[in-house]
Design a protein around this ligand. Structure first.
Ligand code: RVK
Ligand code: MG
Ligand code: MG
Length: 321
Protein backbone atom coordinates (compact mmCIF):
# COMPACT_ATOMS: atom_id res chain seq x y z
CA UNK A 1 0.00 0.00 0.00
CA UNK A 2 2.79 2.41 0.93
CA UNK A 3 4.54 1.39 -2.27
CA UNK A 4 1.39 2.13 -4.27
CA UNK A 5 1.03 5.57 -2.64
CA UNK A 6 4.64 6.28 -3.56
CA UNK A 7 4.03 5.27 -7.17
CA UNK A 8 0.89 7.45 -7.36
CA UNK A 9 2.99 10.34 -6.03
CA UNK A 10 5.61 9.80 -8.73
CA UNK A 11 3.09 9.36 -11.56
CA UNK A 12 1.29 12.48 -10.36
CA UNK A 13 4.67 14.19 -10.17
CA UNK A 14 5.33 13.24 -13.80
CA UNK A 15 2.02 14.78 -14.90
CA UNK A 16 2.14 17.83 -12.61
CA UNK A 17 5.81 18.44 -13.47
CA UNK A 18 4.78 18.59 -17.13
CA UNK A 19 1.99 21.05 -16.32
CA UNK A 20 4.07 23.38 -14.13
CA UNK A 21 6.93 23.41 -16.66
CA UNK A 22 4.43 24.16 -19.42
CA UNK A 23 2.64 26.88 -17.44
CA UNK A 24 5.81 28.54 -16.13
CA UNK A 25 7.51 28.39 -19.53
CA UNK A 26 4.57 29.45 -21.71
CA UNK A 27 4.83 33.26 -21.28
CA UNK A 28 8.47 33.12 -22.44
CA UNK A 29 8.02 30.84 -25.48
CA UNK A 30 10.11 32.21 -28.33
CA UNK A 31 12.29 34.53 -26.19
CA UNK A 32 15.95 33.95 -27.01
CA UNK A 33 16.90 34.50 -23.36
CA UNK A 34 14.89 34.62 -20.13
CA UNK A 35 16.33 36.99 -17.49
CA UNK A 36 16.14 35.74 -13.91
CA UNK A 37 14.25 38.82 -12.77
CA UNK A 38 11.47 38.37 -15.33
CA UNK A 39 11.18 34.69 -14.45
CA UNK A 40 11.05 35.47 -10.71
CA UNK A 41 8.13 37.85 -11.22
CA UNK A 42 6.17 35.02 -12.84
CA UNK A 43 7.40 32.29 -10.48
CA UNK A 44 6.28 34.24 -7.42
CA UNK A 45 3.02 35.46 -8.94
CA UNK A 46 -0.19 33.89 -7.56
CA UNK A 47 -1.78 33.73 -11.03
CA UNK A 48 -3.23 30.51 -12.47
CA UNK A 49 -0.83 28.37 -14.47
CA UNK A 50 -2.77 27.66 -17.65
CA UNK A 51 -1.48 24.87 -19.80
CA UNK A 52 -0.86 24.59 -23.53
CA UNK A 53 -0.83 21.73 -26.05
CA UNK A 54 2.10 20.08 -24.22
CA UNK A 55 0.03 19.21 -21.15
CA UNK A 56 -3.23 18.78 -23.08
CA UNK A 57 -1.71 16.02 -25.22
CA UNK A 58 0.14 14.45 -22.27
CA UNK A 59 -3.18 14.08 -20.44
CA UNK A 60 -4.84 12.57 -23.51
CA UNK A 61 -2.05 9.98 -23.77
CA UNK A 62 -2.17 9.24 -20.03
CA UNK A 63 -5.93 8.71 -20.16
CA UNK A 64 -5.57 6.54 -23.24
CA UNK A 65 -3.00 4.37 -21.47
CA UNK A 66 -5.14 4.07 -18.37
CA UNK A 67 -8.09 2.92 -20.48
CA UNK A 68 -6.28 0.48 -22.76
CA UNK A 69 -3.10 -0.41 -20.81
CA UNK A 70 -1.15 0.09 -24.05
CA UNK A 71 -1.41 2.01 -27.30
CA UNK A 72 -4.11 1.49 -29.89
CA UNK A 73 -2.91 3.85 -32.59
CA UNK A 74 -6.27 4.29 -34.33
CA UNK A 75 -7.95 5.21 -31.05
CA UNK A 76 -5.02 7.35 -29.85
CA UNK A 77 -5.00 9.38 -33.07
CA UNK A 78 -8.71 10.02 -32.68
CA UNK A 79 -8.28 10.88 -28.96
CA UNK A 80 -5.66 13.51 -29.85
CA UNK A 81 -7.87 14.87 -32.64
CA UNK A 82 -10.90 15.09 -30.32
CA UNK A 83 -8.87 17.05 -27.72
CA UNK A 84 -7.66 19.47 -30.40
CA UNK A 85 -11.22 19.84 -31.73
CA UNK A 86 -12.53 20.72 -28.27
CA UNK A 87 -9.71 23.14 -27.41
CA UNK A 88 -7.92 24.30 -30.56
CA UNK A 89 -6.71 27.43 -28.75
CA UNK A 90 -4.13 25.57 -26.62
CA UNK A 91 -1.26 26.74 -28.84
CA UNK A 92 -0.72 23.72 -31.09
CA UNK A 93 2.05 23.70 -33.71
CA UNK A 94 0.82 24.79 -37.14
CA UNK A 95 1.45 21.46 -38.85
CA UNK A 96 0.14 19.47 -35.91
CA UNK A 97 -3.15 21.38 -35.97
CA UNK A 98 -3.58 20.51 -39.66
CA UNK A 99 -2.79 16.83 -39.07
CA UNK A 100 -5.26 16.69 -36.16
CA UNK A 101 -7.92 18.48 -38.20
CA UNK A 102 -7.54 15.89 -40.96
CA UNK A 103 -7.89 13.03 -38.44
CA UNK A 104 -10.93 14.73 -36.90
CA UNK A 105 -12.36 14.87 -40.44
CA UNK A 106 -12.00 11.09 -40.70
CA UNK A 107 -8.63 10.70 -42.45
CA UNK A 108 -6.52 7.63 -41.63
CA UNK A 109 -3.69 8.74 -39.29
CA UNK A 110 -1.09 7.12 -41.56
CA UNK A 111 -2.10 9.41 -44.38
CA UNK A 112 -2.76 12.46 -42.18
CA UNK A 113 0.68 12.29 -40.53
CA UNK A 114 2.41 12.84 -43.89
CA UNK A 115 -0.17 15.23 -45.33
CA UNK A 116 1.52 18.49 -44.22
CA UNK A 117 5.23 17.60 -44.42
CA UNK A 118 6.12 14.85 -46.88
CA UNK A 119 8.36 12.93 -44.46
CA UNK A 120 6.22 13.86 -41.47
CA UNK A 121 6.92 16.33 -38.69
CA UNK A 122 10.26 16.56 -36.88
CA UNK A 123 8.70 18.93 -34.35
CA UNK A 124 8.93 18.22 -30.61
CA UNK A 125 5.16 17.72 -30.30
CA UNK A 126 5.44 13.96 -29.92
CA UNK A 127 8.31 14.12 -27.41
CA UNK A 128 6.55 16.72 -25.25
CA UNK A 129 3.64 14.36 -24.56
CA UNK A 130 5.51 11.00 -24.42
CA UNK A 131 6.42 10.69 -20.72
CA UNK A 132 3.28 8.81 -19.51
CA UNK A 133 4.20 5.72 -21.55
CA UNK A 134 6.94 5.16 -18.95
CA UNK A 135 4.25 4.26 -16.41
CA UNK A 136 3.01 1.25 -18.38
CA UNK A 137 6.47 0.08 -19.48
CA UNK A 138 8.54 -2.62 -17.86
CA UNK A 139 11.95 -1.71 -19.33
CA UNK A 140 13.83 1.15 -20.97
CA UNK A 141 13.56 -0.36 -24.49
CA UNK A 142 9.83 -0.91 -24.03
CA UNK A 143 9.36 2.71 -22.96
CA UNK A 144 11.30 3.84 -26.04
CA UNK A 145 9.23 1.62 -28.32
CA UNK A 146 5.94 2.86 -26.82
CA UNK A 147 7.26 6.41 -27.17
CA UNK A 148 7.81 5.81 -30.87
CA UNK A 149 4.37 4.24 -31.33
CA UNK A 150 2.70 7.14 -29.53
CA UNK A 151 4.64 9.57 -31.75
CA UNK A 152 3.95 8.20 -35.18
CA UNK A 153 0.21 8.91 -35.22
CA UNK A 154 1.08 12.60 -35.76
CA UNK A 155 4.89 12.78 -36.11
CA UNK A 156 6.01 10.39 -38.84
CA UNK A 157 9.49 11.91 -39.31
CA UNK A 158 12.30 9.81 -37.86
CA UNK A 159 13.50 12.70 -35.65
CA UNK A 160 10.01 13.27 -34.29
CA UNK A 161 9.86 9.58 -33.32
CA UNK A 162 13.38 9.42 -31.85
CA UNK A 163 12.63 12.47 -29.72
CA UNK A 164 9.59 10.74 -28.24
CA UNK A 165 11.58 7.56 -27.66
CA UNK A 166 14.31 9.46 -25.83
CA UNK A 167 11.91 11.39 -23.61
CA UNK A 168 9.92 8.22 -22.83
CA UNK A 169 13.10 6.32 -21.91
CA UNK A 170 14.30 9.22 -19.75
CA UNK A 171 10.93 9.29 -18.00
CA UNK A 172 11.15 5.55 -17.33
CA UNK A 173 14.63 5.94 -15.82
CA UNK A 174 13.51 8.92 -13.72
CA UNK A 175 10.35 7.17 -12.52
CA UNK A 176 12.27 4.11 -11.38
CA UNK A 177 15.37 5.85 -10.06
CA UNK A 178 16.18 5.19 -6.42
CA UNK A 179 14.94 8.33 -4.65
CA UNK A 180 17.22 7.98 -1.64
CA UNK A 181 20.56 8.14 -3.37
CA UNK A 182 22.05 10.60 -5.87
CA UNK A 183 21.15 9.97 -9.50
CA UNK A 184 23.98 8.45 -11.52
CA UNK A 185 23.95 10.80 -14.52
CA UNK A 186 26.56 8.78 -16.39
CA UNK A 187 24.52 5.54 -16.15
CA UNK A 188 21.39 7.51 -17.11
CA UNK A 189 23.08 8.77 -20.29
CA UNK A 190 24.46 5.33 -21.18
CA UNK A 191 20.94 3.90 -21.01
CA UNK A 192 19.58 6.73 -23.13
CA UNK A 193 22.31 6.33 -25.72
CA UNK A 194 21.11 2.75 -26.30
CA UNK A 195 17.65 3.86 -27.43
CA UNK A 196 18.73 6.18 -30.26
CA UNK A 197 20.86 5.36 -33.31
CA UNK A 198 24.44 6.52 -33.89
CA UNK A 199 24.50 9.95 -35.51
CA UNK A 200 23.07 13.30 -34.40
CA UNK A 201 21.09 11.94 -31.43
CA UNK A 202 24.02 10.16 -29.86
CA UNK A 203 26.21 13.18 -30.61
CA UNK A 204 23.79 15.41 -28.69
CA UNK A 205 23.88 13.02 -25.72
CA UNK A 206 27.69 13.12 -25.78
CA UNK A 207 27.43 16.91 -25.60
CA UNK A 208 25.05 16.63 -22.64
CA UNK A 209 27.73 14.58 -20.86
CA UNK A 210 30.43 17.18 -21.62
CA UNK A 211 28.22 20.09 -20.55
CA UNK A 212 27.43 18.35 -17.26
CA UNK A 213 31.15 17.88 -16.68
CA UNK A 214 31.66 21.63 -16.69
CA UNK A 215 28.30 22.56 -15.11
CA UNK A 216 27.46 24.67 -18.16
CA UNK A 217 25.03 27.57 -17.83
CA UNK A 218 21.58 27.73 -19.42
CA UNK A 219 22.90 30.03 -22.16
CA UNK A 220 25.84 27.76 -23.01
CA UNK A 221 23.69 24.63 -22.96
CA UNK A 222 21.05 26.20 -25.24
CA UNK A 223 23.76 27.35 -27.66
CA UNK A 224 25.31 23.88 -27.77
CA UNK A 225 22.19 21.67 -27.77
CA UNK A 226 19.58 23.94 -29.38
CA UNK A 227 16.40 25.28 -27.82
CA UNK A 228 14.00 25.30 -30.73
CA UNK A 229 10.76 23.65 -31.77
CA UNK A 230 12.45 20.58 -33.30
CA UNK A 231 12.75 17.32 -31.37
CA UNK A 232 16.50 17.11 -31.94
CA UNK A 233 16.88 20.74 -30.91
CA UNK A 234 14.99 20.46 -27.61
CA UNK A 235 14.81 16.98 -26.05
CA UNK A 236 18.58 16.79 -25.28
CA UNK A 237 18.39 20.21 -23.61
CA UNK A 238 15.44 19.09 -21.46
CA UNK A 239 17.45 16.04 -20.37
CA UNK A 240 20.41 18.27 -19.58
CA UNK A 241 18.29 20.61 -17.44
CA UNK A 242 16.96 17.63 -15.48
CA UNK A 243 20.40 16.09 -14.92
CA UNK A 244 21.98 19.47 -14.12
CA UNK A 245 19.71 19.70 -11.06
CA UNK A 246 18.80 16.05 -10.60
CA UNK A 247 18.26 16.44 -6.84
CA UNK A 248 16.45 19.80 -7.02
CA UNK A 249 13.25 19.68 -9.13
CA UNK A 250 12.49 23.36 -8.65
CA UNK A 251 15.98 24.24 -9.87
CA UNK A 252 15.71 21.92 -12.90
CA UNK A 253 12.42 23.45 -14.09
CA UNK A 254 13.65 26.97 -13.48
CA UNK A 255 16.87 26.19 -15.38
CA UNK A 256 14.85 24.80 -18.31
CA UNK A 257 12.83 28.01 -18.64
CA UNK A 258 16.04 30.07 -18.36
CA UNK A 259 17.31 28.25 -21.48
CA UNK A 260 14.89 30.31 -23.59
CA UNK A 261 13.53 29.34 -27.00
CA UNK A 262 10.74 26.77 -26.85
CA UNK A 263 10.43 27.35 -23.11
CA UNK A 264 7.03 25.78 -22.42
CA UNK A 265 8.00 22.55 -24.12
CA UNK A 266 11.55 22.27 -22.79
CA UNK A 267 10.36 23.01 -19.24
CA UNK A 268 7.40 20.62 -19.64
CA UNK A 269 9.77 17.79 -20.62
CA UNK A 270 12.22 18.61 -17.83
CA UNK A 271 9.30 18.90 -15.40
CA UNK A 272 8.05 15.44 -16.36
CA UNK A 273 11.47 13.96 -15.51
CA UNK A 274 11.94 15.93 -12.29
CA UNK A 275 8.40 15.12 -11.16
CA UNK A 276 8.83 11.43 -11.98
CA UNK A 277 11.96 11.27 -9.84
CA UNK A 278 10.82 13.39 -6.89
CA UNK A 279 7.06 12.92 -7.00
CA UNK A 280 4.29 15.44 -6.63
CA UNK A 281 5.37 15.94 -3.03
CA UNK A 282 8.79 17.04 -4.29
CA UNK A 283 7.39 19.87 -6.43
CA UNK A 284 6.89 23.30 -4.83
CA UNK A 285 3.33 23.54 -3.54
CA UNK A 286 3.36 27.25 -4.40
CA UNK A 287 3.46 26.09 -8.04
CA UNK A 288 1.12 23.09 -7.94
CA UNK A 289 -1.67 25.09 -6.23
CA UNK A 290 -1.66 27.39 -9.24
CA UNK A 291 -2.35 24.59 -11.74
CA UNK A 292 -5.44 25.03 -13.85
CA UNK A 293 -6.09 21.31 -14.10
CA UNK A 294 -5.01 20.01 -10.67
CA UNK A 295 -8.14 17.89 -10.08
CA UNK A 296 -7.88 16.24 -13.49
CA UNK A 297 -4.17 15.46 -12.97
CA UNK A 298 -4.95 13.75 -9.65
CA UNK A 299 -7.74 11.69 -11.18
CA UNK A 300 -5.68 10.53 -14.15
CA UNK A 301 -2.65 9.67 -11.98
CA UNK A 302 -4.86 7.55 -9.70
CA UNK A 303 -6.39 5.69 -12.65
CA UNK A 304 -3.10 5.12 -14.39
CA UNK A 305 -1.39 3.82 -11.26
CA UNK A 306 -4.43 1.79 -10.15
CA UNK A 307 -4.57 0.05 -13.52
CA UNK A 308 -0.86 -0.79 -13.24
CA UNK A 309 -1.04 -2.18 -9.74
CA UNK A 310 -4.15 -4.28 -10.35
CA UNK A 311 -3.51 -5.22 -13.97
CA UNK A 312 -1.17 -8.12 -13.20
CA UNK A 313 1.21 -8.84 -16.01
CA UNK A 314 2.14 -5.28 -16.93
CA UNK A 315 2.99 -3.91 -13.47
CA UNK A 316 6.26 -1.98 -13.65
CA UNK A 317 9.40 -3.45 -12.20
CA UNK A 318 11.74 -1.11 -10.42
CA UNK A 319 15.40 -1.27 -11.27
CA UNK A 320 17.37 0.63 -8.62
CA UNK A 321 19.71 3.13 -10.18
C1 RVK B 1 3.59 26.37 -30.79
C2 RVK B 1 9.58 21.59 -42.42
C3 RVK B 1 8.85 21.28 -40.25
C4 RVK B 1 8.84 19.88 -40.42
C5 RVK B 1 9.25 19.36 -41.71
C6 RVK B 1 8.33 22.85 -38.35
C7 RVK B 1 3.72 24.24 -29.72
C8 RVK B 1 7.13 23.61 -38.86
C9 RVK B 1 4.33 23.46 -28.57
C10 RVK B 1 6.07 23.21 -37.84
C11 RVK B 1 5.66 23.01 -29.12
C12 RVK B 1 6.89 23.22 -36.56
C13 RVK B 1 5.41 22.85 -30.58
C14 RVK B 1 6.29 22.40 -35.41
C15 RVK B 1 5.10 21.44 -30.92
C16 RVK B 1 8.21 20.32 -38.43
N1 RVK B 1 9.60 20.25 -42.66
N2 RVK B 1 9.21 22.14 -41.24
N3 RVK B 1 9.31 18.04 -41.97
N4 RVK B 1 8.45 19.31 -39.29
N5 RVK B 1 8.45 21.51 -38.98
O1 RVK B 1 3.55 21.67 -36.54
O2 RVK B 1 3.36 19.51 -32.32
O3 RVK B 1 4.09 25.60 -29.68
O4 RVK B 1 7.41 24.99 -38.81
O5 RVK B 1 4.34 19.27 -36.27
O6 RVK B 1 5.68 19.25 -33.30
O7 RVK B 1 4.48 24.22 -27.41
O8 RVK B 1 4.98 24.10 -37.77
O9 RVK B 1 3.97 20.80 -34.32
O10 RVK B 1 6.63 24.02 -28.93
O11 RVK B 1 8.14 22.67 -36.94
O12 RVK B 1 4.25 23.63 -30.90
O13 RVK B 1 5.94 21.13 -35.89
O14 RVK B 1 4.96 21.40 -32.27
P1 RVK B 1 4.40 20.67 -35.85
P2 RVK B 1 4.50 20.09 -33.04
MG1 MG C 1 2.89 24.46 -25.98
MG1 MG D 1 6.42 24.97 -27.06
Amino acid sequence: MAERRQMVDRVLGLLAGTAVGDGLGAPFEGSATVPSTALDLWIFSPRTLHHTDDTAMTLVLAEHLSRSGGIDQVVLASDFAAAWYQEPMRGYGGGAAQVLAAIADGADWRRAAVSVFEAGSWGNGAAMRAAPVAVVSTSVPEAAELGRRSAEVTHAHVHGRHGAALQAAAAYLALHSGPNRPLDAEAFLVDLTDVVPAGPWQEKLARVRALLGREASAEEAAASLGHDISALGSVPLAVYAFLRHAEFPEGAIRFAVRCGGDTDTIAAMTGALAGARHGYSGLPSSWTVRLESAALLHRIAEHLTHDRSTGGSTGPHRPEQ
